[in-house]
Design a protein around this ligand. Sequence first.
Ligand SMILES: Nc1nc2c(ncn2[C@@H]2O[C@H](COP(=O)(O)OP(=O)(O)OP(=O)(O)O)[C@@H](O)[C@H]2O)c(=O)[nH]1
Ligand SMILES: [Mg+2]
Length: 456
Amino acid sequence: MLRFWKKSQEEKLAEQGDKSSILKLIEQGKKDKAIRILENFKENPELRPILFRLYMEEGKYYYAYQLVEHYDRNLATAKERAFLYEKVGEKEKAVEEYARIGDWESLWKAGLLLKDMGMYERSLEFLERAYKITPIAKREDLQKDIQEVKTALGLEEKPKESLLDKIRRSLRKTKEVLELKVLFAGRKVDDQLLEELEERLVKADIGVKTVAKLVEDLRKDAIRLNIKTWEELEPLLKEKVYTLIKDCRGDLKEGRVYLFLGVNGSGKTTTIGKLAFLLRQRGKKVLLCAADTFRSAAIEQLEVWAERSGAHIVKHREGADPAAVVFDAMKVAQEQGYDVVLVDTAGRLHTKEPLIRELRKIKQTIQRFFPEEPSETLLVLDATVGQNSISQAKVFKEALDITGIVLTKLDSSSKGGAVVAICQDLKIPVKLVGLGEGIDDLQPFDPKVFVEELLS
Ligand SMILES: Nc1nc2c(ncn2[C@@H]2O[C@H](COP(=O)(O)OP(=O)(O)OP(=O)(O)O)[C@@H](O)[C@H]2O)c(=O)[nH]1
Ligand SMILES: [Mg+2]
């Protein structure tokens, strides 16, 4: 009896606009009653947002829209406003709002609305903007929408750049240094030509000693084989350079954990992102481990790549113990059955001893969970640094056994010839090359294609 009296007392208070009593009604699930009461208090800025929330929860979108339009735009977030406009058929307004928000989902929605309105050109513009920032897992669906709009516009899909074109493009800078064809086409082979050739090869960072031996061998061959012109000599040069690097090709081993090492800025995080994308395309469940805890930006950068590639991430705060992050990542990988874990590390060479200790501790932590891992310990080297990267490699070799090299930024390097020196000096296979900043700019290293493209 007392309870009943209490309740009705509460409802009376609610009807007079008492906020806490109204909230209690809602808590008790009497939402319709609360709505009826609140509708008498639309003028009250304290109660209005509660009414708005209820409308949204109960799917009364037209009423919610009216409240927003007639009373206060800020009742709704931009996303909710766009959603309401869409629900009540105010498509232009919805597009405007989505465009203002600008994340991939909103741009996608704007594109679809415009498509519905038959405004295909604007629709395509939005969908293509969305595509650039849409996570990989959603791209296939978005691609379908783009294709539909293109078909409606009578447009053909542009052919994608082939792998060979990509290598060709990425070796352009080194080729500009070499310019062998431009320089030597139609010329006879003599001391002058051999000297110029030597100079060019050194400039492309093949390495003075290696080049001297190469050119000396060519000189002897030219005499022995009675070679007269550059066109006859060129295949011999290619063959010799190929012999120097052919053994340095290597495939990425199948495995559960890949550990990435390298100095600041060499391209570790970017490479991890691209590789995560490749592995995701092969249907693998991929986990990224943010064990570079040195800067918070490094963690954020890895998060962006996780989203772009459709991988998951384990991270701690900036300054956390990298081995502790690795510990958590391994635990998650084991418990949740991840196929591959890619571990990002910091590479500050000026703290050599602590760096070596840190990397060893990371490896031990991995092995507490997976004694056979890491399957690959990949050293990431920046091709724009050329041969100088070899001295960096030596520090990392001191810390751990390196199983492969990733040579990044081949596209922005004029020292692509350093591959030859790296192969000769380090005797570690080059497993991947980075050909740009895009998500699909990572490829296996193919010495044959490399020599053919570089020296033509
Ligand atoms: N052109 C080009 N740029 C690349 C490539 N790989 C990486 N980069 C760029 O190089 C810069 C450094 O790359 P990160 O991946 O941040 O390097 P990091 O080794 O993780 O660096 P820290 O986190 O500072 O240790 C970024 O601006 C990348 O976009 C590549 O293959 N080509
Ligand atoms: Mg990084």
